[in-house]
Design a protein. Structure first.
Length: 392
């Protein structure tokens, strides 16, 4: 059996240690990206470690969590959806709420303003992760309280689907915090609707949360790691740079610096790769140009002597980083027109085109047929969101 050099750690490994890696992580829609973004020169150890400490640091930051949720809403057109992502408000302290010492209470909002209070395990190392340590919340017990606010059966169904989708594959007890009735007005057993029977502690907590919601005095806090994206930026450079430019990319200094930046600094040596982080560019107006509504947008273009990459979510949260010398060539890129990949995780789809083609579409000069289909969905979703936001 042969060997390979791991893209992320640079160590020679046995072929048996290789794993399939999405150069663009699945939470960004990488599962639906073109096949050449699926790579196998990554070892299982790096795949697991970087998934928890690098991908999750970015994906579970308060900013990215909520922008991905907002992006999905721009593409949702029906009430019988399988469930939309919840919006994270932050951790809260509520008088009278029983929270174990190693847990926190986290406040979330559903698509039609459902209130969700999740009492979950807390890990100080991942204090800035919305939803906490993803491994702990799958293995350790937690409890989530669901307060629907709409009397519309259809809106309630969407909120319920979104809640259950958010809590799936977790060891969580789900408590319905209203009395459910059928069409004839008869009480329904919540355990027949995917909920658990409340314990005495749940009854107390349900009352405390309900009182806090009625008072309108819930204050939430968010923890922010100002460097939440730096290692992720380097990891994405490695995956996308190799996918687009192959071994030529690996021979460049940028690949070396990106590999260094993926890992915590060693011997005081940090990566010298050049770029601008998410928080540094959070208000940059060019995000509306370097992006697309509802999409995770990845642009690759020549900027002087270098190839550069820009990533944004729903025309927001951009970051820019160098990929390597402009002398590199890629079979996937027209050097004069650049490369654009628009990922729509909610639709399980992508649109691949040149950067010039994308700008022509946005300006109305030359419409792209695939994006025209997306625009039709966006228009329908805008009407749906109006319907969803109307109280009933």
């Amino acid at each position: 059996m042969g060997t390979f050099t791991c893209l992320y750690c640079g160590t020679v490994k046995q072929q048996s240690e290789a794993s399939l890696e999405h150069a663009i992580p699945q939470f960004l829609g990488g599962e639906y990206a073109p096949k050449f973004f699926q790579i196998t020169n990554v070892c299982t150890t790096c795949n697991n470690r970087l998934g928890l400490w690098v991908d999750a640091s970015y994906a579970k930051s308060w900013f990215v969590t909520n922008h991905l949720a907002d992006a999905a809403r721009l593409l949702c057109t029906k009430l019988d959806d399988l469930g939309l992502p919840l919006r994270c408000i932050g951790t809260v302290e509520i008088p009278g709420l029983n929270v174990p010492s190693d847990h926190v209470s986290e406040y979330w909002i559903g698509p039609s303003r459902e209130n969700i209070l999740w009492i979950r395990p807390h890990d100080d190392r991942m204090n800035s992760y919305a939803g906490g340590n993803p491994i702990d919340t799958k293995k350790k017990p937690s409890v989530a309280y669901f307060f629907p606010v709409s009397e519309s059966a259809e809106k309630h169904a969407l909120g319920l689907a979104s809640f259950h989708r958010a809590m799936e594959r977790r060891k969580v007890r789900k408590i319905l915090c209203v009395e459910a009735r059928d069409a004839n007005g008869s009480p329904l057993d919540p355990t027949n609707c995917g909920f658990d029977a409340p314990s005495p502690d749940d009854v107390v907590n349900r009352a405390a949360i309900g009182k806090a919601i009625e008072s309108g005095a819930i204050s939430a806090r968010i923890a922010v790691d100002k460097k939440f994206d730096l290692r992720f930026m380097c990891k994405l450079v490695l995956g996308i740079g190799y996918s687009l430019f192959g071994d030529d990319f690996l021979a460049r200094a940028t690949a070396f610096e990106a590999r260094k930046g993926v890992w915590p600094p060693r011997d005081g040596q940090s990566s010298t790769i050049r770029g601008s982080s998410t928080l540094a560019l959070s208000d940059a107006p060019f995000a509306r140009v370097a992006g697309y509504p509802g999409a995770v947008a990845i642009f690759v273009m020549k900027t002087g002597p270098m190839w550069s990459m820009c990533v944004s979510i729903d025309e927001k949260l951009p970051f820019v980083i160098e990929l390597g010398s402009s002398s590199m060539a890629s079979p996937h890129i027209d050097a004069g027109e650049g490369y654009a990949l628009l990922l729509f995780p909610y639709l399980n789809s992508h649109v691949e085109l040149s950067l010039a083609g994308l700008l022509a579409h946005k300006l109305g000069v030359m419409k792209n047929p695939d994006l025209e289909k997306i625009d039709v969905i966006r228009s329908a979703a805008a009407q749906f969101n109006v319907q969803l936001s109307v109280s009933s």
